[in-house]
Design a protein. Structure first.
Lengths: 242, 119
């Protein structure tokens, strides 16, 4: 009996089906745990399900390539999801056109500060080039950040984790900063939250008001586009020693 | 209209984006060009067809799930994280605070400047 179970496991452990199922199961469990723990952005379902899956893979001695054979079907949808961001952007087209100048200047400033500050502080504290290149696009929504990290020569999977941590940090730090800087305009709050903390910041901005949420969506899209187009050009000027 | 048409529209934009990136040799992810193409198409066409909106709403609702497979790849980088964890942690905290503050102050200043000029 034990032999049969072992041989079934050996068969299933290498099949894409098992790891595709496990990915969905871990995400469902992670979402449930997050809900149970009060929906804190510091314990985002993605972070929880990543932790669960890494634990299962390490305990069963499964390597990442075997896991990815199954998980690639979920991963593939990131590309179409990036393209789909055009629809919320289209929904906000009138606000974008009305505030085009101020939004572009603030977007450029925020995007540059996001990448530069992370790389400069990281470099001062002795982080290696792969870490720094993975950290540069950390404020941008994951599908774009991972694509940019790959183009720059960083590690997309490290970037994915840094993006999620940045999103959680942004949600925790935004309310005290808004009070400290006495920001009253919801559009300004939302735009900064979407630009800094991508989808997690956007979700939290919707809890302030619909205006904050709409401008967070715009901040997210603008940061993604500016980073995708400008960071590959700027990377030569960043303090990264190969 | 059904989901096939919506998905077809999105995949066609992504495919065109990948082709443009390869042909022009620009260092931008293909799906980002796809995003720009779809946005430009919608500006010309008008309100997105219901099928397209349904597919995109579904994709964006489950956006978080799509990061999991790559995020698990973190396990391959444990040695790197063990080496750089302090630099990563401090850089993320400082950079997130500075980015939030810089963006809010810049947008508030720009809007104030504009309303004074229009005023």
């Amino acid at each position: 009996m034990a032999d049969e179970i072992t041989s079934i496991w050996v068969y299933l452990a290498t099949s894409p089906l098992l790891w595709l199922t496990m990915t969905l199961a871990a995400f469902a469990l992670g979402s449930w745990l997050n809900h149970l723990l009060g929906g804190s952005p510091a314990l985002h379902p993605v972070l929880l399900s990543m932790g669960l899956l890494i634990a299962v893979l390490l305990l069963t001695g499964t390597d990442y390539d075997t896991y990815f054979e199954g998980a690639q079907f979920v991963h593939f949808m990131l590309g179409p999801a990036t393209v789909a961001l055009a629809i919320p952007l289209y929904d906000h087209r009138e606000q974008i056109l009305a505030w085009l100048g101020p939004l572009l200047v603030a977007g450029l400033a925020g995007t540059a500060v996001a990448a530069l500050s992370a790389v400069v502080v990281g470099a001062l504290l002795g982080a290696g080039p792969a870490t720094l290149l993975s950290m540069a696009p950390k404020s941008v929504t994951s599908p774009i950040a991972m694509g940019v990290a790959e183009k720059l020569g960083g590690l997309p999977s490290l970037t994915a984790a840094l993006v999620l941590m940045t999103g959680s940090l942004g949600c925790v730090m935004a309310p005290p900063l808004i009070r400290l800087l006495r920001i009253r305009d919801d559009a300004v709050k939302g735009f900064a939250m979407g630009l800094t903390a991508h989808g997690l910041g956007t979700a939290q901005a919707f809890s302030i008001s619909a205006t904050a949420g709409a401008f967070a969506g715009l901040g997210l899209s603008l940061a993604g586009l500016l980073t995708a187009f400008l960071l590959p050009l700027l990377v030569g000027f960043l303090p990264i020693q190969p | 209209m059904n989901l096939i048409h919506g998905m077809l529209g999105i995949l066609a934009c992504q495919l065109a984006g990948e082709a443009i990136v390869q042909l022009a040799g620009i260092p931008v992810p293909g799906p980002v060009i796809g995003l720009v193409l779809l946005f430009a198409f919608l500006l010309w066409y008008g309100e997105p067809p219901p099928a397209l909106r349904r597919v995109s709403d579904t994709l964006l609702d489950y956006l978080a799930l799509l990061f999991v497979p790559t995020g698990v790849g973190l396990m391959v980088h444990f040695p790197l994280i063990a080496r750089d964890w302090l630099a990563i942690g401090v850089a993320l905290v400082i950079s997130t605070a500075v980015t939030l503050a810089a963006t809010m102050l810049a947008l508030r200043a720009m809007l104030a400047l504009r309303s004074r000029r229009d005023g």
